[in-house]
Design a protein around this ligand. Structure first.
Ligand SMILES: Cc1cc2nc3c(=O)[nH]c(=O)nc-3n(C[C@H](O)[C@H](O)[C@H](O)COP(=O)(O)OP(=O)(O)OC[C@H]3O[C@@H](n4cnc5c(N)ncnc54)[C@H](O)[C@@H]3O)c2cc1C
Length: 388
């Protein structure tokens, strides 16, 4: 049976980065991807902070960058809205088809072997002194010492459906898409617990999507688009997103869970390129270190490091999510009108795209917004905003 030090199931951002780091540490690595092409089908808006991408060790190729001109975000409630500047946030829109291939290329150059159209069917532990896992795949059986599960939301769904929302995202050509403007529209009847979005890729083209709890995402998206005006839809994609935060116990024996499979996308927006990607980077490094020192206890460092980077922020985002889930449309409208322009300006100025609970706290810190948030969350609100 062919053997590797590390087998990674899932060839997207988190799995490929785990593979890159493990291969950089001198380990033999195979990445199994069930689809026939890395990065395809793309199921991502591609919106990410430039700082986040830098932190995961990538300077995206020109072919992977779709838009660097995002200047503002329109945040809409059912009957009002405000605009925040995105200048400080420094974000870009990636083409995940090209971006994921770029990471695959990095990983391959360091010695990792990428296998597409190769689905992992099961893995089981071997109880002798040899390689620890037998991994059954559509292309035959493999063995490895360390197994990394990077299979995305599909891997979580088998264990827990509570935090799963349905989404639809279409690539759209339309005169109402402005190259420099993101749109986020809250409406808890149409998109319970989430929102509709427009992520522009160019003037007149972008990724338009919705997600929500228990909705028919396709028809919710169609009526959002119909409400906007004339357009052509050139691609449709449907996918689940996970919004309940990280799972417990991401490491057991020599099995490590990373990325969306570990619940590492943001509970507010389900954005995961950076936070899931960082999961992959930290996991790959921990595996390399554990193998180098022949000490499996070092694998636990991965989970510790990820939680110390993102744990506190994700707790706050989970609280913001709880608040959103408790608001009806009338309350969303009231909350929006309770926020004075200077608080919006403050939020724009203090913006960090990856750690956005500080901006949220600024907005909710407006007096009457605080009153409403407190009525809905009770004293828990203190964990999100500083109430004196
Ligand atoms: C509609 C939508 C829009 C999004 N927009 C954004 C955004 O704008 N910005 C952002 O940061 N994030 C966004 N995200 C989230 C982001 O796409 C994910 O968080 C990120 O891709 C997670 O990466 P991952 O590697 O953990 O998992 P995934 O990207 O889900 O990859 C898992 C991989 O595993 C493969 N796989 C699954 N099962 C098997 C198996 N048995 N054997 C082999 N391979 C398998 C899959 O084919 C897939 O390639 C969006 C998500 C959705 C659904």
């Amino acid at each position: 049976m062919p053997g590797y030090d590390v087998i990674v199931a899932g060839g997207s951002v988190s799995g490929l980065l785990a593979a890159r780091e493990a291969a950089a540490g001198g380990l033999s690595v195979a990445v199994l991807e069930e689809d026939s092409e890395i990065g395809t089908p793309e199921h991502c808006g591609g919106l990410v902070s430039i700082a986040g991408i830098r932190n995961i060790g990538i300077v995206p190729d020109a072919s992977a960058v779709e838009n660097t001109k995002i200047a503002r975000a329109k945040i809409l409630s059912p009957s009002s809205g405000f605009e925040i500047s995105a200048e400080k946030q420094k974000v870009m829109v990636l083409d995940r088809r090209a971006f994921d291939k770029q990471i695959a290329f990095q990983a391959q150059k360091l010695g990792a072997e990428i296998k597409v159209k190769c689905a992992m069917r099961s893995f089981s532990k071997k109880e002798d002194d040899g390689p620890t896992y037998i991994v059954k795949t559509s292309e035959g059986d493999l063995v490895c010492k360390y197994f990394v599960d990077a299979r995305g939301v599909a891997s979580i769904i088998a264990r827990n459906r509570e935090g799963v929302l349905q989404s639809a995202q279409y690539e759209v050509y339309a005169p109402w898409i402005e190259r420099d403007t993101i749109e986020v529209a809250f409406d808890n009847q149409r998109y319970p617990g989430f929102f509709a979005w427009i992520i522009p890729t160019a003037q007149g083209s972008g990724k338009v999507g919705v997600a929500g709890r228990g909705i028919n995402a396709a028809s919710a998206l169609q009526s959002y688009i119909d409400g906007k005006g004339k357009c052509s839809i050139v691609r449709k994609v449907y996918a689940s997103i996970w919004v309940n935060g990280p799972m417990e116990n991401l490491v057991s024996d020599r099995m490590i869970i990373v990325g969306d499979a570990a619940g590492q996308s943001k509970p507010t927006t389900a954005g995961g390129i950076y936070t899931c990607g960082m999961g992959g980077v930290l996991a790959g490094r921990a595996v390399a270190e554990a193998a180098r020192k022949n000490d499996d206890r070092l694998l636990a460092q991965y989970e510790k490091d990820w939680r110390s980077m993102f744990g506190a922020e994700f707790e706050k985002m989970l609280l913001a999510r709880k608040l959103l889930e408790r608001l009806d449309n009338k309350a969303i409208d009231e909350l929006f009108s309770a926020v004075p322009p200077e608080k919006i300006e403050e939020a724009s100025a203090s913006g960090d795209f990856d750690f956005h609970s500080a901006a949220l706290a600024k907005i909710l810190g407006a007096k009457s917004a605080t009153r409403m948030a407190k009525a809905l969350l009770g004293n828990e609100i203190r964990r999100l905003i500083d109430i004196s």
